[in-house]
Design a protein around this ligand. Structure first.
Ligand code: NAD
Length: 343
C-alpha cells in the first residue's frame, strides 16, 4: 500500500523501513518532513493511507480534504489520538488506527528521570562541573524515600511509574477515573480523590489522557490545593496543564519544581532544531527562564525499544487495513468510552 508518512525524522524512516522489511509487508512509504494539515494534504494525493504523529493536524478540515482525494486510512504512530476528529473520520468512512501499546517503560522511566533531575538539580550540577565550579551552594535536594507521590492516571504508564517510585520507598496516592484493582496491590499505594492527592503529595505526576474532562486538570484551583513546594511532572499531554496558572504557581513559590516533556503549544516548537531562530512564544520563554523548571521536548517515548514496537504495530495496522482484516487497533468514534481510552 502507498502511504504518505508525515512529520518524519531520520529515526522514523529507519525504524519503519526495518519493520516493513522484517514483516515482508512491501508497503511503499513516501516520507515528508512537514506535518499533515489542510495545507499539506495534497502531498498524500495518491496515497490510500497517511501515517501521522502526535502534532499532525487530523482535524475535520484535514479529514474532509483527505476523503475527497481518496485517502481512507489514518495510521497513528502513537497511542494518543487527541489530535484526530474521530466523529468526522467516522462520518467520512475513514478508518483510524493507533499504536495501542508500546514500551510503557520508556515514558515512566523518563518521568522518573525528570524527578531525579529536579530533585538533585542534576541539570545545574552538570553545567557547573563542566565549568570547573565545584561548589554545592544551591544544589540542596531532598530524599525521595518516605515522600508522597500522587499519580493521576494509573494505566499502563502510571502503573510502571508507581512501581518504580515504590522502589524508592515512596508512599503512593493514585487517582483514576476508572481505578484498576492492581494499583492497590503495590505496597504503600492507595486510591484517593483528587483533593486529597493534591493536598498530600510532594510530587504529582500526570499519566492520564487528554480529554475534554482532563483539559487543564492542573489549573489555579488545583494548584491552590497543593502543598507548598510541590513538584509537578507532566509526561502525558501539554493540555492537561494550564501553563499560565502553573507560571503563577511558580512565581508564588507554591510550585517548587516543574518537569515537563509536553507543552500545550508544543506544535511548531518540539521535534525541530530552532537553535538559530527567535522563539516568539513568550509563555514558553518565561517557563525556560525559571531555575526550577526542566523541559524536555516530547522525548519520553524515544527509546529504541519503543520505536521498534511503534513501527512494528504501525506496519501491521496498515497491512490489516490493506487486506480488509479486522483492525485490532482501530479507534472508533464512541463518545461514551473515549474518556477511558488512552490518549
Ligand atoms: P492508559 O490508557 O494505559 O492509561 C491512562 C489512564 O488514565 C487509564 O487508567 C484511564 O482510566 C485514566 N483516565 C482516563 N480519564 C481519566 C480522568 N479523567 N482522570 C484520571 N484518570 C483518567 O494510557 P498510557 O499508555 O498509560 O498513557 C498515558 C498517557 O501518556 C497517554 O494518554 C499519552 O497522552 C501519554 N504519553 C506520552 C508520551 C510521551 O512521549 N511523552 C508517550 C506515550 C504516551
Amino acid at each position: 500500500m502507498k502511504v504518505a508518512v508525515f512529520s518524519t525524522k531520520s529515526y522514523d524512516r529507519e525504524f519503519l523501513e526495518a519493520a516493513n522489511a522484517a514483516a515482508q509487508a512491501n508497503h511503499e512509504f513516501v516520507y515528508f518532513d512537514t506535518s499533515l494539515s489542510p495545507q499539506t494534504v495534497s502531498l498524500a494525493a495518491e496515497c490510500a493511507a497517511v501515517c501521522v504523529f502526535v502534532n499532525d493536524d487530523v482535524s475535520a478540515e484535514t479529514l474532509k480534504l483527505l476523503a475527497a482525494q481518496g485517502t481512507r486510512f489514518v495510521a497513528l504512530r502513537c497511542t494518543g489520538f487527541n489530535n484526530v476528529d474521530l466523529k468526522t473520520a467516522a462520518e467520512l468512512g475513514i478508518k483510524v488506527a493507533r499504536v495501542t501499546v508500546y514500551s510503557p517503560f520508556s515514558v515512566a522511566e523518563h518521568a522518573v528521570g525528570l524527578i531525579l533531575m529536579l530533585n538533585r538539580k542534576l541539570y545545574r550540577a552538570y553545567n557547573r562541573v563542566r565549568d570547573d565550579n565545584f561548589s554545592l551552594e544551591g544544589l540542596l535536594g531532598f530524599d525521595l524515600h518516605g515522600g508522597t507521590v500522587g499519580i493521576i492516571g494509573t494505566g499502563k504508564i502510571g502503573m510502571i511509574f508507581a512501581q518504580i517510585m515504590q522502589g524508592f520507598g515512596c508512599h503512593l496516592l493514585g487517582y483514576d477515573a476508572f481505578p484498576n484493582s492492581k494499583f492497590e496491590t503495590i505496597a504503600n499505594a492507595r486510591y484517593v480523590e483528587l483533593p486529597e492527592l493534591f493536598a498530600k503529595a510532594d510530587i504529582i505526576s500526570l499519566h492520564c489522557p487528554l480529554t475534554p474532562e482532563t483539559h487543564h486538570l492542573i489549573n489555579a484551583n488545583a494548584i491552590e490545593q497543593m502543598k507548598p513546594g510541590v513538584m509537578l511532572i507532566n509526561t502525558s499531554r501539554g493540555g492537561l496543564i494550564d501553563t499560565e496558572a502553573v507560571i503563577a504557581g511558580i512565581k508564588s513559590r507554591k510550585i517548587g519544581h516543574l518537569g515537563i516533556d509536553v507543552y500545550e503549544q508544543e506544535n511548531g516548537l518540539f521535534f525541530e532544531d530552532l537553535s538559530d531562530s527567535v522563539i516568539e512564544d513568550d509563555v514558553f520563554q518565561l517557563l525556560q527562564s525559571f531555575p526550577n523548571v526542566v523541559i524536555t521536548a516530547h522525548q519520553a517515548f524515544f527509546t529504541r525499544n519503543a520505536l521498534t514496537d511503534i513501527s512494528k504495530t504501525t506496519i501491521s495496522n496498515i497491512t490489516d487495513f490493506e487486506q480488509g482484516r479486522p483492525l485490532t487497533n482501530e479507534i472508533s468514534y464512541q463518545p461514551q468510552v473515549l474518556a477511558k481510552s488512552p490518549a
